[in-house]
Design a protein around this ligand. Structure first.
Ligand code: F6R
Length: 364
């Protein structure tokens, strides 16, 4: 049931601290601060390349994972949307791990890609929310998310749980590759363990986000900008807005904006900038200032320090708790989801059953 919530989507957004904690518990041992996989004897040390395949929101979780796998484990990663994967005739060499990410475990394109990768000799890992699904059955390495049933068509809690599993997998790969000392591993586990409380703190800004949803609800077009592991969050924010509020939205890598989309900037196109404190903050802010210099109206999503440093001159700001950059993609998913939700409610659309969409896409 929806409990006290008006929509399943809102209920599922609010479940995230609990289901992310639940998911993390099966991937970390707090006793010795080690990450562990549900299949401990699966040998990750021989893996030479990871190929990630998924659709929609699950694909964006995969994009975040690419940053993590390459940064922490120094393993090269390819990533494709499932509908493109087979047709580009990918080069799949021995020693490859093909990683499929899916809430439902039934998405037709992703399943077809999985079978193709198996036929090409890849080891098959699956991050999936429905434990009885076809993809779960066909995995060599099954990595379940424990989000519980997701009813709202727009994916929310499945996404943050996928990120939790993928962060744990990144740490496992890094350890298997000899790139994570026990000290560093302890730190990673501690940062991940902070995610549930940080998600809770992010949810506390719900009302503030609701009160500024009108700014976005009146727009015809919206741009979302982010950098590094938060760039996929810009794509996810734009997808959420499109699918439930029917507002045209595009996500861009912040630095790419000056190569074209900046021509769209005027005071009628709100630009939402995702910029947590961290190594990429200054660069993202300078892209934000390029927007402001052209009369663009900016909504800045950052933490208290980031907003103190760069919030002047913004149309609105959304304050997040200050978190380690590793967990920022999980935490910043919350404002992105809530903003889409409140904009959709303001516009009176059918939040849980958006037009033309199905929860599970079983045709290619
Ligand atoms: C977005 C959304 C879709 C799904 C996509 C993949 O909110 O729900 O983009 O993420 O259809 O579905 P799964 O994860 O079930 O393979």
């Amino acid at each position: 049931s929806k409990g006290n919530h008006r929509h399943y989507m809102l209920k599922e957004i609010y479940e995230q601290p609990v289901v992310v904690a639940q998911t993390l518990r099966s991937y970390m041992r707090r006793i010795d601060d080690q990450v562990s996989l549900p299949i401990p004897d699966f040998d990750l040390s021989a893996i030479r390349r990871v190929t990630i395949v998924a659709c929609g929101t699950s694909f964006y979780a995969g994009m975040v994972a690419k940053y993590w796998f390459e940064q922490f484990a120094r393993i090269p990663v390819d990533i494709d949307v499932a509908s493109e994967f087979r047709y580009r005739e990918p080069v799949l060499e021995p020693g490859g791990l093909a990683l499929f990410i899916s809430q439902s475990g039934e998405t037709a394109d992703t399943l077809a890609a999985l079978r193709h990768a198996r036929a090409e000799g890849q080891k098959i890992a699956v991050v999936v929310n429905v434990p009885t699904s076809t993809m779960a059955r066909e995995a060599d390495l099954l990595l379940p998310t424990h989000a519980g049933p997701e009813i709202g068509v727009a994916s929310t809690k499945a996404f943050t749980c996928q990120l939790a599993v993928l962060a744990a997998l990144a740490a496992n790969l890094a350890r298997a590759k000899g790139r994570l000392s026990p000290e560093e591993e302890k730190k990673v586990v501690r940062h991940l363990a902070e995610a549930p409380a940080a998600l809770n703190a992010a949810l506390a800004y719900d009302e503030a986000i609701e009160s500024m949803a009108g700014v976005i609800a009146g727009a015809r077009d919206v741009l979302y900008l982010g950098r590094g592991p938060d760039y996929p969050l810009a794509l996810e924010g734009a997808l959420k807005l499109k699918e439930i509020s029917y507002i045209h939205a595009e996500g861009y890598a912040a630095g790419e904006m000056k190569h074209g989309p900046i021509a769209l900037i005027d005071d009628a196109v709100p630009v939402i900038v995702i910029a947590p404190s961290g190594p990429l903050f200054e660069k993202t802010v300078s892209n934000m200032q390029e927007v402001q210099a052209r009369g663009g109206k900016v909504v800045l999503i950052s933490d208290y320090d980031g907003i103190a440093a760069a919030g002047d001159g913004c149309l609105a700001t959304i304050t997040m708790p200050k978190v380690h950059p590793l967990i920022a993609p999980l935490v910043y998913a919350v404002p992105v989801q809530l903003l889409a939700y409140h904009v959709a409610v303001a516009k009176g659309t059918d939040v849980d059953q958006p037009r033309n969409l199905a929860k599970s896409v079983t045709v290619e």
